[in-house]
Design a protein around this ligand. Structure first.
Ligand code: ADP
Length: 245
């Protein structure tokens, strides 16, 4: 569905991503994980076409991304960032409907889709008329997810969408996301730094360190057949509250 071939990215003298090959399989959730600064967001932004690689190629459904087709391809991708990235001057409904209005879809069609998505993401309908500042962090992320899904994209790219939420809200949203991914059968790429979240939501896990992929596999592969000592240390660094009991 998405493929990186020899893709690299530097910022000035700093290498954010060394030459990387990666295939994202359709209909699955791939979790990108690793310590802060390892290049997860850079990798995701290269896939969205928001960032252009210094070298290599990004392919969407077999088609190389170019400046000429990137806008059209981007409409087939839904993108959610940590803080949601909602426009403060638009209501929840206004944010969700923005692109559909721009594409001149009919108001009836837009409203039907907004209601369908509110149901899917379990956002109370009365909250649709509120501005982002009047919503909780979890509600804002439900709205961001609705916005990303509005045009029924083939691919959903999520950059630490639950990173700023408290543990209980996060837990509820993880459960909802898992159900939504299964119901919609979308290709999903999720950035997280939480191995529990990666294991819960990801069919595949891609572990990065300092701009390189260290290991790709299921959580069980990483736990039972770690590629190196870093994988072991990264997994062990995720503390369980039960340890203290
Ligand atoms: P992660 O998402 O894993 O925390 P990033 O992809 O955001 O990591 O960053 C990878 C590296 O690139 C880091 O060292 C970061 O400081 C650097 N970096 C990211 N964005 C920029 C930028 N716009 N300008 C300069 N350096 C950047």
């Amino acid at each position: 569905m998405l493929e990186l071939r020899g893709v690299s990215k530097t910022y000035g003298p700093a290498v954010a991503l060394h030459a990387t090959d990666l295939r994202i399989e359709p209909g699955r959730c791939t979790a990108l994980i690793g310590p802060s600064g390892c290049g997860k967001s850079t990798l995701l932004r290269l896939m969205t076409g928001l960032l252009r690689p210094d070298a290599g190629q990004v392919l969407f459904d077999g088609q190389p991304m170019t400046p000429a087709n990137v806008n059209a391809l981007r409409r087939q991708m839904g993108y959610v960032i940590q803080e949601g990235g909602l426009f403060a001057h638009l209501t929840a409904r206004g944010n969700v409907a923005l692109m559909a209005r721009y594409l001149r879809q009919s108001p009836a069609r837009i409203e039907a889709r907004v209601r369908e998505l509110a149901e899917l993401t379990r956002l109370e309908r009365k909250l649709l008329d509120r501005y982002p500042v009047e919503l909780s962090g979890g509600q804002r992320q439900r709205v961001s997810l609705m916005r990303a899904l509005m045009l029924d994209p083939a691919v959903l790219l999520l950059d630490e969408p639950l990173g700023a939420l408290d543990p209980m809200v996060r837990h509820d949203l993880q459960t909802d996301l898992k159900r939504i991914f299964r119901e919609l059968d979308k290709t999903v790429v999720l950035v997280t730094h939480d191995m529990g979240e990666a294991g819960f939501l990801g069919d595949d896990i891609v572990l990065l360190k300092a701009g390189r992929i260290v290991q790709r596999g299921t959580l069980s592969d990483l736990v039972h057949a770690p590629a190196d000592d870093f994988v072991v240390r990264f997994i062990n660094a995720q503390r369980s509250p039960l340890e203290a009991v």
